[in-house]
Design a protein around this ligand. Structure first.
Ligand code: NAG
Ligand code: NAG
Ligand code: NAG
Length: 412
């Protein structure tokens, strides 16, 4: 198992000067547990000497949190509290998770950031994250560039298969779909999960087994710096595997909001999904609404999608707690209703080319609250097998131009 391998990072939340983890003892270009731990410590030290502050015009807040998870050793995984009968210490987090559902919730993210302003992260490589690579909430003015995310997908698959009996008990079919013979990502290793405003992620590579980028919603209840996740640009990214350049999942909770997000110049190779906007069903205990508006995917190249190349509709993965609709194997015979409390308006697909794969596109909206203002322009699917299913589209309105296959959008 490889470790964390940062090359060089500039981390500048609210600082007038940049920090390089090189100055805190990081070493570049080699891997292994010791280097991983030293590099992790360098990141911790870099942050700790200059704690971030909140905005001066805001009321006092809990201190911003940068939980740099490698403060705890990443490998081997520590025993789960309360101690499990399984000797977890000899396993890494993925194995621990495959064997013990408790490990799932304790898996650390490599970068966890909350409520930072003016942050730049560059020139860093993360390797085999136990869980997400970058989880960032309530951020204002964030730039990430020249960051590479590497995940040993073969290793994950081997671990999933080796431990599938115990895992299947814990995760149900979530681990491995033996009918379709595809991995179902129990070890979700999201690339970048940002929420906030003015976010620019560019010139990165992502190889992982869950969302490559998932823009998460913000709401007036959770967000202090921002109450809507908006003005996000993700461009010039190469994705290998992954489960999409995603919005969501978005639950109708408080007034959750995602607005003005553009994904541009994205190359996908063997993605599980590529263009992915996902809603969650309402939690009856916490009713609310949500909106997803002004989303653009342009210059997108999708090669050999494993599952849907375009999927806009109810979330397919069950949430880790098992909540969520029965959409996992849609369209095969499960009840998977679209959520009317999430409004989806103004989604543009422009210059999208899809080659290979056998499934294509789904856009499913509620008849009570249809999707409107969609625009599909120069969207082309060339199936290697000419076995393309056409679109599956329900209650979605807008304009199509040069779309092949056609007839997803109904005119308004
Ligand atoms: C990041 O890499 C770029 C390109 O190699 C380089 O110009 C820049 O100085 C690097 N940043 C830091 C903080 O070293
Ligand atoms: C949308 O976000 C981009 C940044 O990605 C920004 O430049 C642009 O002004 C925003 N558009 C609107 C209408 O606010
Ligand atoms: C959707 O696009 C239309 C046409 O550009 C615009 O008038 C409308 O305000 C947009 N909706 C939202 C929620 O921004």
């Amino acid at each position: 198992m490889r470790g964390l391998l940062p090359l060089l990072a500039l981390l500048a939340p609210n600082f007038s000067t940049a920090l390089s983890i090189d100055d805190y003892g990081a070493s570049a270009g080699s891997s292994g547990l010791e280097v991983a731990q030293a590099n992790s410590q360098a990141i911790v030290d870099a942050f700790q000497v200059r704690p971030t502050r909140c905005r001066e015009d805001e009321p006092p807040l809990p201190p911003p949190r940068i939980v740099q998870i490698p403060m705890r050793p990443l490998y081997p995984a520590p025993p789960m509290p309360p101690p499990s009968r399984i000797a977890l210490a000899q396993y890494n987090w993925w194995v621990a998770t495959a064997k013990n559902e408790r490990a799932h919730n304790f898996r650390p993210n490599i970068f966890e950031m909350l409520r930072l302003e003016d942050t730049l992260i560059e020139n860093i490589t993360t390797v085999d994250s136990p869980r997400f690579n970058f989880h960032m909430e309530d951020m204002l003015n964030l730039e990430i560039r020249h960051v590479d995310i590497v995940t040993d997908v073969t290793k994950q698959t081997a671990i999933a298969q080796e431990h599938h009996e115990t895992s299947l008990e814990k995760f149900g079919r979530a681990l491995w779909d033996f009918d379709l013979n595809i991995p179902m990502f129990p070890f979700n290793t999201d690339g970048f999960d940002p929420a906030g405003k003015n976010i620019w992620i560019h010139d990165c590579t992502i190889e992982n087994y869950d969302d490559a980028v998932a823009v998460k919603p913000s709401s007036s209840k959770d967000g202090v710096l921002r109450t809507c996740s908006e003005d996000v640009l993700v461009e010039n990214i190469k994705v290998k595997y992954g489960v999409g350049m995603s919005i969501g999942s978005v639950t109708p909770n408080n007034d959750n909001c995602v607005n003005n997000v553009t994904f541009s110049n994205i190359d996908f190779k063997d993605p599980f999904k590529a263009i992915y906007i996902k809603t969650n069903p309402m939690d009856e205990d916490k009713p609310g609404t949500a909106s997803i508006t002004n989303i653009v995917y342009e210059n997108i190249n999708i090669e050999s999608p494993i599952w849907w190349a375009v999927y806009i509709g109810p979330q397919q993965m069950k949430e880790p707690d098992g909540a969520g609709g029965g959409c996992m194997t849609y369209p095969f015979g499960e009840d998977c209703p679209a959520e009317p409390a999430v409004t989806i308006q103004n989604v543009t697909l422009k210059h999208v080319e899809i080659t290979g794969g056998v499934t294509f596109g789904v856009v499913r909206c509620s008849d009570e609250n249809p999707c409107t203002g969609f625009e599909f322009k120069d969207v082309k699917y060339t199936s290697w097998a000419s076995r393309a299913e056409g679109w599956t589209c329900e209650n979605v309105y807008g304009e199509e131009k040069n779309v092949q296959p056609e007839n997803c959008l109904k005119s308004e």
